[in-house]
Each structure stands twice: as C-alpha cells, then as structure tokens.
Design a protein around this ligand. Structure first.
Ligand SMILES: Cc1ncc(COP(=O)(O)O)c(C=O)c1O
Length: 395
C-alpha cells in the first residue's frame, strides 16, 4: 500500500524545485524595531507594526487588565454567548474612528474579506476586482461564486468599460448587483487605489464599492482613519474593511458602513457566524490603540519622516522608488532565488527583510518588501541603507 500522503510529498518537492519553498524565522523577542533571531539582534524591516504599537506599554497594560477582568477567551461565537462588552465597545469605537453609522468586528482581515464578499455577492453579482488585490479578497470572490471581472492595476478606464458592458447585457443575462472591490493601499507595492475615480464610477453605474484599508488604517488621513479619510471620499464608500493587526499593533479586523449593512453581515457572513469570538482582551487593546492613534498624531508624523528618509535614501542608492506616502517599499528583483539570496545576505548584515515570491506576487516580480515604522531610529535606517547598498552591488 502506498502512503496516501505521498502526493503531498510530490507536490512539496515540486515547490522546492521551483525555488519557492517557504519557511519561517523565529522571533525570540518582542515585535520592536529590533528583534532577536537565533540569539542575535537584527533590525526588523518587514513588519506591519507601522506605528510601533505592538509593544506599547499602555497596550500591554490594557491587555493585562482586560484579561483580569474578562478572562482570556470569549468561549463561544458572538451569536451564541461570546458577545462581550469589549466587542461592542470596540465596534462603537471603530464606528467613531471611521465616522460610519456602524461597525462590526471580525477575527482577522482574512475572515472579514472572505465573509463580507461572499455574503454581499452571489452568482448574480458582477465583482470588479483590481488584479493586485489581497488574497483574502480573491478568496472571498471565489467563495461568492460571483462573475469576476479582473481589471488591470488601478486602471479606472478599464473599470468603466467593464461597468458599461455589464449594464449593456441583454435582460436575460443581466447581473442584478455590481461590486467594485479594491485594496486602498496595496499590500505588496505600497501604492494607493484611485478611490475618488472609483467612487464616481460606483455612483454613476449604481455599484456597491468596498475598500480594504488594512495597510492604511492608522497610517493615512488626518486622524489615521485611512486612505478614504485622506482622499475625502469616506461618505461615498459603502463598505470599509480594515485591520487592527497592522498599524494598530493588535489583532482582528473591522467592517464599517451603514447599520443595515452590518445587520446583514451579522446574519449572513459565515466567517462571522461560525467562529469563536476574539478574546475580549484583544478587543480592549484595539479600542485603546484607536485612542492612541487619534491622540498621538506625532506618531504618524514620525512614520512619515521615516518613510521619506528611507524612500529618498533608496533613490540615492539608485532604486526607482515611487513617491507614495506609505511605509511599504518594494525593491523588485525579479528572480525568486536571487531575491531569497539577497534577503539572507541582508540578514547576515543584521537587517531582516523577507523576500516575497509567487504566488504572493505575480511571476517574475519577486521582491524585497521593506516596511518602515515610526519606531525605527535614524541610525537604524542608515544601517539598513548601508546594508542594502552593499548587498545590492551583487545584483
Ligand atoms: C490588504 C490586506 N487585506 C487583508 C489582510 C488580512 O488581514 P489579517 O492579517 O488580519 O488576516 C492582509 C494581510 O494580512 C492584507 O495585506
């Protein structure tokens, strides 16, 4: 008898042959700007902890006192007995932060996108999706069984052509709903979606518009509420999804919008209904993080200064770096093996930047994806630039 799992070993071997095998580094310290790997301190340049809040003393204190008050588990799903005051407080705080009528907490961004999209869209829906949208959006569309229209990255002309042709379909083939969905800050490139234009198209063609603010929440906008706030288009967006796990230094995600929308989601999103609620202490931490983000704009200013310093420094080394105001900066290498080789050379020099390969990014666009935070010091960033300059002379 052959082992039925042999097929998996074969598939794994194929991944290895393509140079795409993934493995994990172990962090032995807190998630600060410097972390310990194999007993050695290295500068962390690939975390989404953009404001450096993941080890903020006030958040640690909040976690400890909420755990003492509520315990460490919600014990059941929200709709059974896991709905605690910490969840509802976080929803209230999120709606205030995003200036929406209502908000709903999800266990993660992955849960939020798969749950929201598969609840809102069905086989009679046309979903228009940017080709570089996050995997959780793609999976949500797959689950929905909607008809998907993938448009070229940030290409609003293509979106309009698609909307027009969907509207012109004969009555029998007509799709009953249209949903435009996009990352607001693209997770692998750090550029920003053309939200103003997309909102106008949504209005013109009577489509629902949903954005994913995972990498914008806490980072962009006067109050840190995201790209929609920065671009002044919040009121034109029906569904704003975002995470507490990146700039807010916590865990979990939100969907913000109208009350009928969140009521509908509570009653239909399977990833909301069929899962144990987030631990209440995590919700308390997210609530406190929202307060910190609003109370301390200087954190965002420090982040902006570091973003500009690093982007300018990389330009002076010779990289072609865009002027986006985001902390995600990709150095496109192309070849997957070369990317991983550069990543391990950088680690050897005390700088941790993970290499990103397909399927996380399109074939031929393997890259070093650098992320900078408010917690990095100038000296750290100078060391990072020196290491990159040194290592990249090998490209
Ligand atoms: C754009 C985007 N959306 C959603 C997610 C998923 O969020 P979470 O990590 O909370 O599952 C991520 C990454 O983690 C992301 O980059």
């Amino acid at each position: 008898m052959t082992d039925p799992l042999d097929t998996l070993s074969g598939a794994l071997e194929e991944i290895k042959q393509k140079g795409l095998l993934r493995s994990m580094h172990t962090i032995e310290s807190m998630q600060g700007p410097v972390v310990k790997i194999n007993g050695r301190d290295v500068i962390l340049m690939c975390s989404n902890n953009y404001l450096g809040l993941a080890n903020h003393p006030e958040l640690i204190r909040t976690a400890a006192s909420a755990a003492r008050k509520y315990g460490v588990s919600a014990g059941a799903s929200r709709l059974i007995s896991g709905n605690m005051s910490a969840h509802e407080q976080l929803e209230h705080d999120t709606a205030g932060f995003k200036r929406t009528e209502s908000a709903l907490v999800f266990n993660s961004g992955y849960h939020a996108n798969t749950g929201i999209i598969s609840a809102v869209a069905d086989a009679d829906t046309a979903v228009l999706s940017d080709e570089l949208n996050h995997a959780s959006i793609i999976d949500g569309i797959r689950l929905s069984r909607a008809q998907v229209y993938i448009y070229k990255h940030r290409n609003v002309n293509m979106v309009e052509d698609m909307l027009r042709s969907i509207n012109n379909e004969s009555h029998d083939n007509k799709l009953s709903k249209k949903l435009i969905v996009t990352d607001s800050v693209f997770s692998m490139d750090g550029d920003i979606a053309p939200l103003k234009e997309l909102v106008m198209l949504a209005e013109k063609y009577n489509a629902i518009i949903m954005i994913d603010e995972a990498h914008a929440t806490g980072v962009l906008g006067k109050n840190g509420a995201g790209a929609a706030e920065m671009l002044g288009v919040s009121s034109g967006i029906h569904i704003q999804m975002g995470t507490f796990s990146k700039a807010l230094g916590s865990f979990g995600a939100y969907a913000a919008g109208s009350r009928p929308f969140t009521d509908f989601i509570i009653n239909s999103a399977r990833s909301f209904i069929f899962t144990t609620a987030l631990p209440p202490a995590v919700c308390a931490v997210s609530s406190k993080a929202i307060q910190l983000v609003q109370k301390h704009p200087e954190l965002r200013q420090k982040l902006t200064d570091n973003i500009n310093f690093l982007r300018n420094g990389l330009r002076s080394i010779g990289f072609n770096i865009a002027h986006d105001p985001t902390p995600i900066i990709s150095l496109i290498i192309g070849d997957a093996d070369k990317t991983m080789q550069l990543s391990s050379m950088l680690l050897g020099k005390g700088v941790f930047v993970s290499g990103i390969r397909p399927p996380s990014v399109p074939d031929g666009t393997s890259r070093l994806r650098l992320t900078v935070t408010a917690a990095h010091t100038r000296q750290m960033l100078i060391k990072v630039l020196d290491a990159i300059k040194n290592v990249c002379s090998f490209i």
